[in-house]
Design a protein around this ligand. Structure first.
Ligand code: IMP
Length: 425
């Protein structure tokens, strides 16, 4: 299982792609196309939002029941991959829920009022409908014979919301909207139908046969709807438990949980961020790490590594291994800060607070590590060959500190976006 240990954008796509080399199946279990997973391979960059990263290894990929699927985006992404020479071997869960046109519109309207800073992809409204039950559309209904009746009944019940959002004004608009939605989505359903199946059986049978299955988390621990910095979170379960419900596997079948963390911290959207760097320092880190969102292009907020977060992520996910990414971005800094605790109202704590107000007040308590020199591309190759001992001594010390203070072994270190810039410890 590969889980984001921070606020998303940790580089899970790259780690999953790396692990997918020895996998039989790669499974997405949460979120939707709010995710942006970048994979660099064979001199090309793939930006995936919905399909599991294993797709560029020609592996079987599964979109599990916990995902919300925008059929338009799914088909566009499949086309993009075909154009690049990959034929996706996809199984889409019949229990997954569908993101419709109106979900995207409701997302942008709601966000203007709520200021969560969502990606505007309709993810929140689709999960709301899932929990509400009466206005939801599952893939099984979407590709089934009763799609038309189902969508008409949903739209009748959403009529007031559609009017409020300015999508329709009168009966004529409503009839036109219904007709165009039905025709557009019937077209998608036709193409998607052959990929739909009960993926619970596919995944469990594969595991029982001893095959390697990698679960690819989207977003990160602190964006989890239960464990994250609520309400500034996404609407799904991004943590390890979410993989079990979002794919339909028992926890006993999960052998290892890799928590992916950047060597520093970033966050997109609103909400408290104790180690955030403002001004020039933040800007320098953003530029060094090219910290701009894969999905929305927004500038990511940047700050120092926060071990209060990583220790919390270890607890709620049962992380067995850490994958530290973007270590190269810190190269060339004289001193590097690591947050080991917070001070809240004059009291020191190493627990991650559940209260939003407490987190806003949290002052990071730092220790300082010595920096290391930048390495050239040629040196990077040698580093990967030699393994962890090829890294500058202070970089090794930095990783050791992370291991000691979190109690989690660092198993993978990424020192660049390419597949060949990965160190297995
Ligand atoms: P939503 O998932 O579009 O509803 O957005 C809710 C919050 O999650 C916003 O702060 C987004 O910026 C954040 N978010 C959603 N997906 C990702 C992701 O893949 N990486 C980082 N942040 C994300």
């Amino acid at each position: 299982m590969v889980i984001g240990a921070q606020w998303g954008d940790e580089g899970k796509g790259k780690i999953v792609d790396f692990l997918a080399e020895n996998a039989d199946i790669v499974v997405r279990f949460n979120g939707g196309n709010n995710a942006g997973h970048t994979v660099k391979a064979d001199g090309r960059t793939y930006k995936l939002h919905l399909l599991p990263s294993g797709v560029v290894r020609n592996k079987m990929v599964v979109i599990g029941n916990g995902v919300v699927v925008d059929p338009k985006i799914l088909l566009e992404e499949m086309e993009m991959l075909r154009g690049m020479g990959y034929e996706p071997n996809l199984a889409l869960s019949d229990r997954a829920h569908v993101i419709m046109h109106y979900h995207r519109l409701f997302d942008s309207v709601a966000d203007k009022m709520g200021k969560i800073g969502t990606t505007g992809r309709g993810v929140g409204p689709a999960y709301s409908d899932k929990a509400k039950r009466t206005e939801a559309l599952r893939v099984i209904d979407f590709v089934g014979n009763n799609f038309k009746e189902r969508i008409v009944s949903i739209l009748e019940s959403k009529r007031h919301d559609l009017e409020k959002a300015g999508i329709i004004k009168n009966q004529k608009d409503f009839d036109a909207y219904k007709a165009s939605l039905i025709s557009e989505y019937e077209g998608y359903a036709e193409i998607i139908r052959p990929y739909v199946s009960d993926t619970v059986y596919i995944i469990n049978e594969a595991i029982d046969e001893g095959k390697n299955v990698v679960f690819e988390g989207a977003q990160g621990t602190l964006l989890d709807v239960d464990h994250g910095t609520y309400p500034y979170v996404t609407s799904s379960s991004t943590c390890a438990g979410g993989a079990c419900t979002g794919a339909g596997v028992g926890p006993g079948k999960i052998k290892r949980v890799a928590g992916v963390a950047k060597a520093y911290t970033t966050r997109v959207g609103e909400g408290p961020f104790p180690t955030e760097l403002h001004g020039e320092e933040g800007e320098a880190l953003r530029n060094a790490g090219s910290e701009y969102g894969t999905t929305t292009g927004r500038a990511r907020r940047c700050g120092w590594l926060d071990l209060v977060i990583l220790k919390y992520a270890k607890l709620v996910n049962g992380i067995t291994d850490l994958a530290i990414t973007k270590l190269d971005v810190l190269s060339g800094m004289k001193k590097i800060k690591i947050c080991v605790a917070y001070e809240i109202d004059g009291k020191r704590t190493d627990r991650f607070p559940s209260s939003f107000e407490a987190l806003e007040k949290a002052k990071p308590v730092y220790i300082e590590a010595d920096g290391w020199q930048k390495w050239s591309a040629k040196e990077a190759k040698a580093v990967v060959k030699k393994g962890i001992r090829g890294l500058p001594e202070n970089a090794q010390k930095y990783l050791k500190l992370i291991e000691e203070l979190t109690g989690i072994p660092v198993s993978i270190v990424s020192i660049g976006p390419g597949r060949d810039e990965t160190i297995i410890v």
